[in-house]
Design a protein around this ligand. Structure first.
Ligand SMILES: NC(=O)c1ccc[n+]([C@@H]2O[C@H](COP(=O)([O-])OP(=O)(O)OC[C@H]3O[C@@H](n4cnc5c(N)ncnc54)[C@H](O)[C@@H]3O)[C@@H](O)[C@H]2O)c1
Length: 382
């Protein structure tokens, strides 16, 4: 019997790569995607995928289109979403409409329509953003989960989070799945709702449900066009054109960068999971890399003349650091990341160098939007 998988948002970065892996294992793959113009330069799938995939051009909020896409599916991977953290702080209605309403339409159809009858597994792309700052250690209070950083302190150039109990300095810890939900952006809040709704649905229906909390995913195929997300894409566009790279805060903020092939492997293991599981799992590298290190490595790769300026400016809703605790992914999925950042970055930059470079205008516009909405701050370090 053929195993039919629907990928919502399947024309995107993670979706197309996942599609290849599913085809390779013999699954029948269907995609629903509206080819959001903020992300896509063209409105077609890669030429190796197009003949082998059933593509439904449509919006996940369009009940009729989604119903067609869901007919007879055995598994759903729900990736369709608006994804910009900063943009979510002012395009609030759009983010909730696509991410929350789109998920509600999906689950409503699966529950109330015949299309959900053969469903045995549902996977939703959650995010590190559900944690906000995540876990830290205080020398007095042990493991703590700091609140959103204080804007006045950031304006004074103090970017590290402090202990919520005693304001002491903190040490970064890997964040486990049992950490509280503390999203610090509207995007993070929509991801929390998506994840909880999908897992609740899976429990109710007694099927497998995975809320994969992806960290910062990077690699060949990521959108170079979308100026609202993806610092590797933004920095590589600037470096290739010898334009100045501006880094927020003091440049020491860090992220857990996880390579696309590792993300696809973890997602495949979730779809194919033989046992029973409903829950959230971190998918990351377990390593923190500073934003300044990223900029320097990108500049070196292109032998670029770009200046790297640490501006002291900051975006409201950004977190300071994150590293995923990936013990649960090892335990449940037998998943270990296999691509070191250095190697993955080289693969991404090689691919990016073969694509047309995006001009700076869209990126400048995205920063101007944040500024005009009062969502950019500047510090004494500016
Ligand atoms: N890339 C990351 O670093 C990262 C990290 C954490 C979570 N995620 C999540 O993973 C998922 C996929 O991310 P990605 O990096 O592939 O993003 P992407 O932007 O490349 O892909 C998203 C796809 O969804 C489609 N889409 C958007 N709105 C839609 C709508 N209303 N109806 C139908 N399709 C729609 C877009 O056209 C696009 O093809 C998203 O849910 C994102 O929030 C990504």
């Amino acid at each position: 019997m053929s195993h039919t998988v629907l990928i919502s948002g399947g024309a995107g970065f993670i979706g197309q790569r996942l599609c290849r892996a599913l085809l390779l294992q013999g699954s029948t793959v269907r995609i629903i995607d509206n080819f959001n113009a903020q992300i896509h330069a063209t409105d077609s799938l890669a030429s190796d995928l197009a003949p082998n995939v059933e593509l439904i051009r449509g919006d996940v909020r369009d009940r009729d289109a989604l119903k067609r896409a869901l007919a007879g599916v055995n598994a759903v991977v729900h990736l369709a979403a608006e994804t910009g953290t900063g943009q979510s702080m002012y395009e609030i209605e759009r983010y909730f409409s696509v991410n929350v309403q789109g998920t509600a339409t999906l689950l409503d159809l699966l529950q109330n329509d015949d299309c959900g009858q053969n469903l045995s597994s549902i996977v939703v792309a959650s995010s590190r953003a559900v944690y906000g700052e995540g876990a830290y250690a205080c020398i007095v209070h042990g493991k703590v989960f700091p609140q959103q950083r204080d804007r006045a302190q950031m304006a004074a150039g103090e970017f590290e989070p402090h202990c919520p109990e005693c304001s002491a300095a903190l040490t970064l810890l890997p964040t486990p799945e049992v950490a509280p939900f503390m999203p610090m952006s509207m995007y993070g809040l929509t991801k929390q709702v998506q994840e909880q709704a999908v897992l609740l649905f899976a429990r109710t229906r007694n099927i497998n449900g995975f809320g994969l909390r992806y960290q910062n995913v990077y690699g060949p195929g990521q959108s170079l066009k979308n100026p609202y997300t993806g610092i590797l894409a933004v920095f590589s566009n600037l470096a290739r054109q010898n334009q100045g790279i501006e880094i927020y805060e003091d440049g020491l903020e860090s992220r857990d960068f996880v390579y696309i092939d590792d993300v696809v492997e973890a997602t495949m293991r979730s779809i194919n999971h033989a046992g029973k599981f409903v829950g959230a799992i971190n998918i990351g590298s377990g390593q923190a890399t500073s934003v300044t290190t990223v900029a320097e490595e990108i500049r070196a790769f292109f032998n670029s003349q770009s200046s790297i300026g640490v501006t002291g400016a900051f975006r409201v809703g950004d977190i300071r650091h994150n590293i995923a605790d990936i013990a649960l992914a090892r335990q449940i999925l037998d998943f270990s990341p296999s691509v070191a950042f250095k190697d993955g970055l080289a693969n991404f930059l090689q691919w990016a160098s073969e694509q047309p470079a995006e001009d700076r205008a869209a990126y400048t516009r995205s920063v101007n939007e944040l500024t005009s909405k009062g969502l950019m701050g500047s510090s004494s370090k500016s």
